[in-house]
Design a protein around this ligand. Structure first.
Ligand code: NAD
Ligand code: IPM
Ligand code: MN
Length: 379
């Protein structure tokens, strides 16, 4: 039985493209396990995203964050539709607004290949890979500061003086990255705490680039060294992000916990998704310090190239559901869904096109729901 009294309140933003397709399977699987696992929940669907933008001129209402603050968790499918809204609209839409609005500074992205999923490397064996990327998600280059200016604008006089080509241009764009010691510290601390919970080797690898980003990354490096000194039980090291990208492919088995600034973590986690067989397998959670709801979302976007065909792989979203259930303390349900996803993928009976099969998103969701209900019934 669950220790939670009352029903969990879950806000669901299905979003655009394949978002609604994969979220439908998450809701199906959640429904299959909740009652047998002994908990209740209610969901409310918010129709936000690019479709909403076309109708209303914004991707979510002005009081959207306030509305969401009353929920226990948020599940987001994917937002973005380059055919109907510029990319900067999709980005600053619900996804970044929620991360920033609820101070969800730790974007947790586990990388553990599933037996039976397509695996791209000749070596090591997939079961040698088991690491988690802890991505800073509230600062750095994502803060949105800067603007597009005429070089004659006095507001950018100092910047224009830095390069001759700036003065010779019609327009310059300034994208300011901001890093704070407190912001770096809380996410790096979280990475060390995560390493401490791991069995076996405990290594935290910092993704950095102080050779080119001398202000932001030297602050990040100083804070990393300070936090590492307070965790002598955990090994630590830093890697320049370019070299780390290579290591993710050539020696991914040498990584346990990777902590990365925002943009580095974004890029490294799509690369990591490739180790899992593609973005259809990569889950993620956005966590703050607990006053506000966390947000659970697969790493992938709205996949316009396959949207509307019912062939998206729902695995990333179902593993994200596992992370949400774990966070809510519903271990039995979490284990059942995790076991069911593994069982279905290992059996090879239901495979979406990215796995080389011809199954639909819904067929995969139904198979996982059935397997999960059976597992939770036995547990
Ligand atoms: P994407 O993640 O949507 O797609 C990249 C590639 O991976 C595509 O070939 C796609 O078909 C494939 N893919 C992704 N998810 C899959 C799944 N579940 N099953 C099978 N294949 C899958 O990245 P993109 O094309 O750069 O972005 C498309 C849109 O989504 C853009 O508007 C972008 O801004 C947005 N986006 C949103 C989020 C989010 O809401 N969390 C994340 C990333 C991108
Ligand atoms: C992700 C996405 C987002 C990010 C975009 C849509 C703003 O790529 O969640 O990985 O860069 O954080
Ligand atoms: Mn991304």
């Amino acid at each position: 039985m669950s220790a939670h009294s009352g029903a969990y309140r879950i806000a669901v933003i299905a979003g655009d493209g394949i978002g609604p397709e994969v979220v439908a399977e998450v809701l199906r699987v959640l429904e299959a396990v909740a009652a047998p696992a002994g908990f209740e929940y209610e969901t409310r669907l918010f129709p936000w995203g690019c479709g909403y933008y076309v109708e209303h001129g914004h991707t979510m209402p002005a009081d959207g964050i306030e509305t969401l603050s009353h929920y226990d968790a948020i599940f987001l499918g994917a937002v973005g539709d380059p055919r109907i809204a510029p990319e900067e609209v999709a980005g600053v839409g619900p996804l970044l607004a929620i991360r920033f609005g609820f101070d969800q500074y730790a974007n947790i992205r586990p990388v553990k290949p599933l037996p039976g999923a397509p695996y791209p490397l000749a070596r090591p064996e997939p079961d040698a890979i088991d690491f988690t990327v802890v991505r800073e998600a509230t600062e750095g280059i994502y803060v949105g500061l800067g603007g597009r200016f005429s070089p004659d604008d006095p507001a950018v006089a100092e910047i224009v003086a830095v390069r001759q080509i700036f003065a010779q241009s019609n327009e310059i764009a300034v994208q300011t990255g901001v890093y704070s010691d407190a912001g770096c510290r809380r996410v790096i601390e979280r990475a060390f705490l995560l390493a401490e919970q791991r069995d076996g080797r405990r290594l935290v690898t910092s993704a950095t680039k102080a050779n080119a980003m001398k202000h932001g990354m030297s602050l990040w490096n100083d804070v990393f060294a300070e936090v590492a000194s307070r965790h002598p039980d955990v090994e630590s090291e830093w890697n320049n992000v370019d070299a780390l990208a290579m290591r993710l492919v050539l020696k991914p088995e040498t990584l346990d916990v990777v902590v990365a600034p925002n943009l580095f973590g974004d890029i490294l986690t799509d690369l990591s998704a490739a180790l899992l067989g593609g973005l259809g397998f990569a889950p993620s959670a956005n966590l703050g310090d607990g006053h506000w709801p966390p947000m659970f979302e697969p790493c992938h976007g709205s996949a316009p190239d396959i949207a509307g065909r019912g062939i998206a792989n729902p695995t990333a979203s179902l593993l994200t559901l596992v992370m949400m259930l774990e966070h809510l303390g519903e271990q039995r349900a979490a284990q059942a869904v995790d076991g069911a996803v593994r069982e279905v993928i290992a059996s090879g009976a239901v495979r979406t096109p990215d796995m080389g099969g011809s199954a639909t998103t819904e067929e995969m969701g139904r198979a996982v729901a059935e397997a999960a209900a059976a597992i939770v019934g036995r547990s």
